[in-house]
Design a protein around this ligand. Structure first.
Ligand code: NAG
Ligand code: NAG
Ligand code: NAG
Ligand code: NAG
Ligand code: NAG
Ligand code: NAG
Ligand code: NAG
Ligand code: NAG
Length: 228
């Protein structure tokens, strides 16, 4: 291999990527995209429109881009950009060791596309503790759960969050979770039917959503017990 291909300076790599994109070729139209087929994901919409999935998520104040939109829903498609963001809004898949959430609430309401694995990832707890609470229904970690059912989530004792009303004007829930010390799943639990909002751009006449925020969720002891 030639040394020159081994040591590409980062700055020149960034410059060549930027120069590969001519901003004048981008479609800067902001428009509404209707969901017409069952099972169309936000990832599908991103691919079909050439936008970043996270750019679409944030343009629609989504709870989580992995929630499958409902037919009849419309999504804002933001202007095309040189570097579409497909990653910064995805919850990292780490080895989750917690067996309970800090603070609460108690019940998670399932949405389109949920599995125990997806929910556990949103709550930063091990998938096994949710499976253990399956009550003989025999779902696996990755089998689709029925929409609109409540799932009991183990809560750590002693632990707490501060819960306050919150005006949601920017980002996706992962941005809020990181900023305020909670998890995507807990914010979802506090507003069980909220998925997204088209209120960010004019002509819908809608006001930005008010949700409840769980701030500073923490354990109050180094020895917590999971209450199930
Ligand atoms: C940009 O995309 C919209 C929606 O697909 C389309 O109607 C419009 O013609 C496109 N504009 C350009 C300049 O290609
Ligand atoms: C992000 O997704 C868009 C649309 O699916 C795609 O065109 C683009 O190549 C992706 N960008 C990266 C860096 O993966
Ligand atoms: C998770 O744990 C497995 C097995 O212990 C390990 O192989 C893997 O690298 C870990 N992944 C992360 C992201 O830590
Ligand atoms: C998830 O839990 C681990 C402990 O298992 C902790 O170190 C990490 O900060 C938590 N991450 C989030 C985003 O809450
Ligand atoms: C959010 O999605 C769930 C199912 O995925 C649905 O039951 C609920 O009505 C949706 N909420 C809104 C406001 O569309
Ligand atoms: C779950 O599996 C057990 C053992 O195989 C079986 O007895 C039970 O009927 C199953 N439950 C459902 C809801 O299918
Ligand atoms: C969360 O904790 C931070 C840092 O301790 C503090 O500044 C902030 O006021 C707390 N937020 C709430 C809502 O209690
Ligand atoms: C942790 O708490 C449990 C229940 O309160 C108690 O039984 C156990 O002895 C405690 N463990 C430690 C190491 O303090």
């Amino acid at each position: 291999m030639r040394p020159s291909t081994l040591f590409i300076p980062l700055a020149s790599l960034a410059a060549s990527l930027a120069s590969a994109c001519d901003p004048s070729t981008l479609n800067t139209t902001l428009y509404l995209y209707p969901i017409t087929e069952t099972g169309t994901t936000v990832f599908d919409v991103a691919r079909l429109t050439g936008r970043g999935v996270c750019d679409i998520g944030r343009a629609n104040l989504m709870a989580d881009v992995t929630i499958i939109p409902n037919v009849g829903q419309t999504l804002w498609i933001p202007p095309q950009v040189c570097e579409p963001d497909n990653t910064s809004c995805l919850i990292p898949d780490t080895n989750r060791t917690r067996t309970c959430i800090y603070g609460g609430p108690r019940l998670y309401y399932t949405v389109n596309g949920d599995t125990y694995d997806v929910i556990a990832r949103r709550l930063n707890i091990s998938t096994a503790v949710l499976l253990a609470d399956d009550n003989g229904a025999n779902y696996t970690a990755t089998s689709a759960l029925p929409v609109g059912t409540f799932i009991k989530v183990p809560t750590c004792s002693p632990s707490r969050c501060v819960i306050e009303p919150f005006d949601f004007t920017e980002g996706v829930y992962l941005d809020l979770a990181r900023k305020y010390g909670t998890t995507v799943g807990q914010i979802m639990m506090l507003s069980p039917t909220y998925n997204y909002s088209v209120s960010l751009y004019e002509d819908t006449g809608a006001s930005t959503p008010t949700i409840n925020m769980a701030y500073n969720c923490t354990a109050l002891s180094s020895n917590v017990t999971a209450l199930t």
